[in-house]
Design a protein around this ligand. Structure first.
Ligand code: PLP
Length: 452
């Protein structure tokens, strides 16, 4: 069994697969403490295409992140505090957001509609009054009005100024504000640097003079940053600007390092939370708070994919096979009962690689080199894994299910309805119980969305 786990890269904290296991029937299991879910049985019961969400993984990851920052803050006797702000754009589903908040996460919004969710929770008195909210993203009139309204209702809410228009609008804003800098550092990450349209250049920010109630300097250099040194290089430039800005705005007290911690989808060696947090806190300890009036800034991070991606898997059934002509690395097409373009849209839009693991037949001795294709009629609706994906050969009469790991970030809100295919159903597995968050869509429901 150990060899099988090694082969499918399961049971490994460094790959975020530590909760997954295989039983002697070759079925995929997930262990939540002493609870256990047989994912093959659940797949048969709830039918594909199917997303499974594990909120305890979210809780575990938030807790680990906050604890790690707090540990190194104590170790280095750093005077600033750490705050995790969850960027809601990563996944706005209720079953993802509620567990985060229970673990002490603050929030970051990117639109008026996301802030409307915050408003609902605030008005229902669901929040501890200590919760903090940061508002990023382009500020429409509705967004700005909602920010003002919630501030007046007593919520600790800080808009981040990203351009001249927002600066003008927020000049007389009574609450605290932040400002976003577009760093000169170029990191290897998914981000179109050539046309970066977010934030002010360092020169512009330093030329703005004193800004009323400026508390936060914020930057975000991209998502899926593969190298720890790139995270550190951004921090170095961020701290250098922070120091200059603090001289003009003495009330500035927080540096927000944005998102970007990569999800280990390749299941290869990567930097760890512990390693990078140690470097961040150590750097800040050495370069700030040295009696030069700069103080030790509080630290905010918005590592959204890191927290959310591993908490969900997406499962499809293989509903057909087709031979691939000689010359390709793969031998067969496996047709799935879902769509890459609709359900895992990053496959198509940013050529995302996924960790693909069978739900059953994990102990199969006969493996096939396959490409997978979706059920839409689009030739782009496919996943080749780079060259090929290794999955069990499907014997006559057998049903094969496959899971795509780390799908909890971005895919739902970006998802679409090409060929009017149904979106996956969604079940939530927590404390040994299963709850259905979203049923399989009927033709009537989809038709209605399109005015039928
Ligand atoms: C301002 C900001 N913060 C945080 C994030 C989350 O990034 P990630 O999911 O890579 O951590 C994003 C994503 O684009 C962002 O724009």
């Amino acid at each position: 069994m150990q060899n099988l786990k090694e082969f499918w890269k399961l049971g490994k904290p460094e790959f975020d697969t530590q909760f997954f296991d295989i039983n002697k029937e070759g079925e995929l299991l997930l262990k939540e403490g002493n609870y256990q879910y047989n994912l093959h049985e659940l797949t048969q019961k709830y039918e594909t295409s199917l997303e499974m969400v594990f909120p305890f993984i979210i809780e575990n990851r938030v807790e680990n992140l906050i604890k790690t920052f707090d540990f190194y803050i104590k170790k280095y006797k750093y005077k600033g505090k750490f705050y995790f702000h969850y960027p809601m754009k990563v996944n706005q589903n209720r079953e993802f957001i509620l567990p985060l908040i229970s673990e002490g996460a603050n929030l970051e919004t990117s639109s008026a509609n996301e802030l409307w969710i915050v408003k609902r929770l605030w008005e229902q008195h669901k929040f501890n009054s200590r919760i903090k909210v940061i508002c990023n993203g382009p500020k429409t009139h509705d967004y700005l009005a909602l920010i003002k309204e919630l501030r007046e209702q007593g919520l600790d809410i800080v808009p981040i100024i990203e351009n001249q228009h927002e600066l003008e609008y927020l000049r007389n804003y009574k609450g605290e504000v932040g400002i976003r800098v577009d760093l000169n550092v170029r990191t290897k990450s998914h981000w179109d640097h050539s046309i970066d349209r977010f934030g002010f250049t360092p020169e512009e920010i330093l030329g703005l003079g004193k800004l009323r109630n400026l508390k936060i300097l914020h930057y975000h250099v991209g998502t899926q940053i593969p190298h720890a040194n790139d995270i550190m290089n951004s921090l170095k430039e961020g701290v250098s600007i922070y120091k200059k800005l603090k001289k003009i705005n003495p009330q500035l007290d927080t540096i927000n390092i944005g998102g970007g911690f990569a999800v280990n989808r390749d299941k290869k060696k990567m930097y760890s939370v512990q390693g990078i947090v140690q470097r961040i806190v150590s750097y800040l300890s050495k370069h700030t708070g040295n009696g030069d009036g700069i103080g030790s800034p509080h630290i905010i991070c918005e590592w959204g994919s890191h927290i959310m991606a591993p908490s969900q898997i997406t499962i499809f059934k293989v509903i057909g096979q087709k031979d691939i002509k000689k010359g390709a690395a793969a031998r067969k097409w496996y047709v799935i009962d879902g769509s890459f373009m609709n359900d895992l849209i990053d496959t198509w839009s940013i050529k995302q690689k996924w960790h693909v693991v069978p739900i059953n037949n994990l102990n199969s001795k006969k493996l096939e080199r396959v490409w997978l294709c979706g059920s839409s009629c689009d030739s782009d609706d496919k996943y080749t894994g780079g060259s090929y994906v290794r999955l069990p050969k499907i014997e006559e009469g057998e049903t094969q299910y496959v899971a795509f790991f780390d799908t909890g970030a971005y895919q739902d809100a970006l998802g679409s309805q090409h060929c009017l295919l149904s979106s996956p159903a969604n079940i939530v597995c927590q404390d040994g119980d299963i709850n259905i968050a979203r049923e399989h869509e009927t033709p009537e429901e989809i038709g209605k969305k399109f005015g039928w």
